[in-house]
Design a protein around this ligand. Sequence first.
Ligand SMILES: Cc1ncc(COP(=O)(O)O)c(C=O)c1O
Length: 402
Amino acid sequence: MTTLSLPVLAHEIPRARKSAILGTYKRAPIQIVGGRGVELFGSDGREYLDFTSGIGVNALGYADAGIRDAIVAAAETGVLHSSNLYATEPGEQLAQRLVDSSFASSVFFCNSGAEANEGAFKFARRWARSIGGARKHEIVALRGGFHGRLFASLAATDRPEYRAPFRPLAPGISISERDLTDLENMLDSDTVAAVILEPVQGEGGVRVLDPRFLEGVRALTQEREIALIFDEVQCGLGRTGKLFAHEHSGVVPDMLTLAKPLAGGLPMGAVLLSEDIARTVQPGDHATTFGGGPFVASVALHVFDRLSDEGFLDQVEQNGAWLGERLADLAAGTPRIRAVRGVGYMWGIDVVEPAANTVARALDAGLLILSAGDYTLRLLPPLIASREELEAGLAILEGVVS
Ligand SMILES: Cc1ncc(COP(=O)(O)O)c(C=O)c1O
């Protein structure tokens, strides 16, 4: 929230110096120096209400005492990393907690969402080869999907502007319409190893996939012996008001990928695998130097306990439903909003002007929000945001949208 008056608008603040960081990001013209709860503090002396959560990462907000204590306790063991040549207790415990909370029998830890999806592709091919030979290797993703920026995850990502400069992308990966008939035509049981989808598409505009569509995909993939991978990197771990987004539909995948909020802001990803797939993966098939180290896993254990708490999830579900109603009211009051979509603490708002313009005005007014496509705003508040804090953000949003 803005507490200090500014002599200039934030977007007019000149950059202090040219950054030595490679220019892959179009950064906002502020520098973050601290945070508490759902607020971030800028070097310009302003406080910003954060409805981005570091793009879905900071579910517990900023300066969380539990995360700090977990970090201190993990650091005091003296072992931040020991490689995957040796087992460590935090990794073992975290994997067991994920298995106990899901369909999975095993977990592979890595360091990011894209890495989790690339791992899942490899595991899918490993399993598919064991039942159908080398021809059964293709991966099918969905229109509007986003799975990362590495070569295979980019090939599964439906953003032409991200793909075009880097062709040829990894082969054997194609994109289907979000339509069962199209999928039915593409899913050849002899050649297709896996389908990957986000139960709630994030970057592609915040689209909650219809449970009947998910049921249809599950039926098709089961019938044709094709692995179904749910990418819950953005929508998983409480963001929708359930621990896993697919719980809303009751449809269970064969693999699930997680990342963003898993370790409270430290880099961590995970692939959860069904018993059938896990049993085909052998030592040496895949690896990572850092994945699942004792430091990140200790912090993730704390975060997972908090995010999987029933009372916490109920609160997100109830506040999320209320937020959806308030956004629908907002949309009803202005022709500048075309549509509102979402669930829990994950909402997309289609606007009539380029989303970047609204994002910039919100920043000037003290609210950090995201876009998801050219004409869609995206709200991903920390899951700890109270109704009062959500209301405060909505009030700023209303002013800058209309
Ligand atoms: C659904 C989804 N999958 C994968 C990724 C890639 O994650 P990362 O940036 O950690 O590689 C993202 C990132 O936004 C995502 O939203």
